[in-house]
Write a protein of this length. Structure first.
Length: 779
């Protein structure tokens, strides 16, 4: 093995091969999806070579030129006394170097970088570009597997986040010679046969380190549960109302330090000298966009749709309650284009799910709400010199729209589980505030409506300039939880109540504990009823079994079930549906005897270099065993000809997780299923659109929002999680039609509704739709 060191002193690369001490030969340690390390001992006393310094560049290669390690000396070498010589005391230098990603690990990880159903390679390229753009070559990054949901940890290093991406994509990353690469695990296979002498049986050690499991229970993150609609009565005096339950808030989104009630998804104040490349993708062939003292300044466009755009790098998950906001906006004629847009596809007006269309009419500049590529609502005429705030409020009953994806490899075959998205309707509210008027001035509502279907994820473009002229001060997207408030006045008119902070022209604020505080002048009046839509919460959990494996294990007359309980660590399981898909993946490898095997192998001078993520295929007689390489240690034999010893540690997925990492400590607050299902998804659709159409002192008239399946209906109970044909306690009624009446019993009531079918036993919705009332009752 040859070693060269550049001490970055201007003298260039020096060859230290002859200075390697036999007492401490070179050693390279490679770990799957983690930095590599090179250690060794040097004796430079007689060579005249300088003592290596911290941050020195180290390159280790084989005699045939194969690069084995490139990196940097992370610390100063340690001097170890070796004895006396004729020239005086002699010292040897022990050193430790980390692979090239050490440079990236020394940089901070910027906020953002959330991935939603994107290839692992795309996420890794984005992460690398955001941490230190241009320093490393990224052409060797393959797309690899799709990662369902990924959120980089800002407090973690580049290598930790890169390792998480690679694990989730069932891939291996490495950084060598200034290039970042990513390849699906198992892309390279090293074949060892006992028949041709490439396999040394004595050097192979294998063991089955875990028992077979065919009945798996997994817990995940907290998830949204019941679809709750809670109704209150206004009296023109009461300004504070407490919800029956704390509303669910989506997880794994960095909370804003400025707010304890909302999570900031996206923010740019345009206060840097240039457009931030870590936030935006800029398409501006005509140089119409720039940063000035007014913020982002727009000086026109080339007259074409989709040619001059400013698009956020991160996709937005369209779940829960989102507030998309653009502030300090000034426009002047002849502005044309789209502002504050959410796009389902490329940034083109036809793909705009929600945004503000800017156009000219009779010499005036109009701002018009824009939904699914068409104008809706009321146009607003902007005035020259005025500054405006534009907001779009979006509410979806589903908060987790993108499902997680897991990968596993058994006997060399890679399989994926999960993925996809959750369909759901969405409510939209477009509002505008003239910042030149009093801060207490209510926002002007330009449109309020609902769409039956909505995209699970969108890209956010601050602007699509056909010819926009003006400036804007900031863009912000806030995840406000799952709360949506609608007031019904005495005359039947419905208005959406806007939530936020005082001074924003909104109606009320909502705390994380579920306390609603209406601001002065916005307190619910006599005869007004307001309904709060939100989601309950519970621990996600699922239990599945493999009937074929249970039957096979019971062939000897003993119970065939082998239960295993655990918790999903990564990628995160955000819902019960995610837990079900993760349980399928676990059953795939936990019921395979080969997947529980780990082992080690030692070889001298292999025909090809071996890296973690490769596969060792061991063929002995009629048996074949494929093992994923997890660690490789290369020891220099300090000999001529070259002698390199490779010590290889291998393990398959049940022995050591890669695409799915588990803990045996199941969540203590998980309500564990009593029986195992044989397949996921044995549920009916949830009643996302159930609503109370009228409430009197004697009855609640309910519309389930959908027709029941043949032979089925809707079951109403006073408590949740106790549905079934044989359970009589807490049963209120069963209705075979979508519209039904619930008799009033008290001022404060709680009812839970699920749909069921005509099978035996019946199949129910996964979650209840809950009706909570705080209304006077007539006796």
């Amino acid at each position: 093995m040859r070693i060269t060191i550049d001490n970055l002193d201007g003298a260039g690369v020096r060859d230290y091969t002859a200075s390697v001490s036999a007492a401490g030969p070179l050693k390279i340690e490679r770990t799957l999806n983690a930095p590599s390390r090179c250690t060794g001992m040097l004796d430079v006393s007689a060579s005249g070579l300088p003592v290596p310094v911290r941050r020195a560049r180290i390159v280790v290669s084989a005699d045939d030129g194969t690069l084995l390690f490139t990196g940097y000396m992370a610390t100063e070498p340690e001097s170890i006394y070796a004895g006396m010589a004729s020239v005086g005391p002699v010292y040897r230098l022990t050193f430790s170097a980390l692979s090239d990603e050490w440079l990236l690990d020394k940089q901070s990880t910027p906020p953002g970088g959330t991935g939603l159903a994107q290839p692992g390679g795309e996420l890794l390229r984005t992460l690398t570009s955001r941490v230190d753009a241009g320093r490393f070559v990224t052409e060797a990054i393959d797309d690899s597997g799709t990662v369902g949901v990924f959120a980089p940890a800002q407090a973690s290093s580049w290598s930790a986040n890169a390792g998480e991406i690679a694990d989730a994509a069932y891939a291996s990353y490495r950084v060598l010679d200034g290039a970042v690469s990513l390849r699906t695990a198992g892309t390279t296979t090293h074949v060892l046969n006992d028949g041709d002498g490439t396999l040394d049986i004595a050097a192979l050690r294998t063991a089955s380190v875990r028992e077979l499991a065919n009945d798996v229970t997994l817990s995940g993150d907290m998830e949204p549960a019941a679809y709750i609609m809670e109704t209150f009565q206004g009296d023109a005096t009461t300004s504070v109302f407490d919800l029956a339950e704390a509303p669910y808030r989506p997880t794994r989104i960095t909370r804003s330090a400025a707010s304890s009630t909302a999570s900031q998804v996206f923010l740019d104040s345009f206060n840097q000298g240039t457009i931030n490349p870590g936030i935006w993708s800029v398409r501006d062939p005509g140089s119409f966009l720039s940063i000035t003292s007014s913020g982002l300044t727009m000086t026109g466009g080339n007259g074409l749709d989709g040619q001059t755009t400013l698009t956020g790098l991160d996709l937005i998950e369209m779940g829960g309650t989102l507030i998309v906001e653009m502030g300090s906006l000034q426009l002047s004629s002849p502005s044309t284009g789209i502002l504050c847009g959410l796009y389902n596809g490329a940034v083109l007006s036809a793909n705009c799910f929600a945004g503000y269309n800017v156009r000219q009419s009779g010499g005036a500049t109009l701002v018009v709400p824009f939904v699914n590529g068409a104008e809706v609502g009321t146009p607003f005429t902007v005035l020259n010199g005025h500054k405006y705030t534009l907001r779009i409020r979006l509410h979806c009953p589903e908060t987790e729209r993108v499902l997680q994806t897991w990968y596993t490899m058994v006997d060399g075959v890679l399989q994926s589980f999960g993925g996809g998205s959750v369909d759901a309707p969405m409510s939209l509210l477009f509002e505008l505030v003239d910042q030149g008027i009093s801060s207490n001035m209510p926002a002007t509502v330009l449109y309020s409506g609902q769409v039956a279907t909505s995209p699970a994820r969108c890209s956010f473009a601050a602007l699509d300039s056909v010819e926009l002229i003006g400036s804007l001060g900031y863009c912000r997207i806030t995840q406000a939880g799952s709360v949506w408030i609608v007031s019904t006045m005495a005359d039947g008119t419905q208005i959406v109540r806007m939530t936020g902070a005082a001074g924003e022209g909104v109606d009320c604020m909502v705390s994380s504990a579920g306390r609603i505080t209406f601001f002065s002048g916005r307190i619910p009046v006599v005869g007004e009823r307001f309904t709060v839509w939100y989601r309950g919460r519970r621990r996600s959990v699922a239990r599945l079994n493999d009937p074929a494996s249970v039957e096979a294990e019971a062939a000897g007359g003993i119970p065939g079930a082998a239960q295993w309980l655990g918790k999903v660590l990564s990628p995160p399981a955000r819902s019960t549906q995610d837990c079900e898909n993760a349980a399928l993946a676990v059953l795939r490898f936990a019921s395979s005897r080969s997947a529980a095997v780990s082992g080690s192998y030692t070889m001298i001078n292999p025909a090809a270099d071996i890296w973690p993520g490769d596969v060792l295929e061991v063929n002995s007689g009629d048996d074949t065993l494929k093992l994923i390489v997890r660690n490789v240690t290369i020891d220099d034999g300090h000999a001529r000809p070259e002698l390199m010893q490779y010590r290889i540690a291998c393990a398959n997925d049940w022995a050591e997780g890669l695409g799915l990492k588990l803990s045996e400590a199941v969540a203590v607050d998980a309500l564990l299923p009593e029986t195992a299902a044989s397949a996921p998804g044995a549920v009916l659709p949830n009643l996302q659109s159930l609503q109370v159409v009228s409430a009197t002192g004697t009855a609640l008239q309910v519309d389930a929002g959908t027709n029941p399946p043949p032979g089925g209906g809707f079951e109403v109970r006073r408590r949740d999680w106790d549905f079934g044909p044989g359970v009589d306690q807490d049963l209120v009624l069963r209705s075979p039609v979508r519209s039904f009446s619930i008799p009033r019993e008290a001022q404060v009531e709680r009812y839970y509704v699920r749909m069921y079918d005509g099978s035996n036993p019946p199949v129910y919705s996964r979650f209840s739709s809950a009706v909570f009332t705080n209304l006077p009752v007539a006796f």
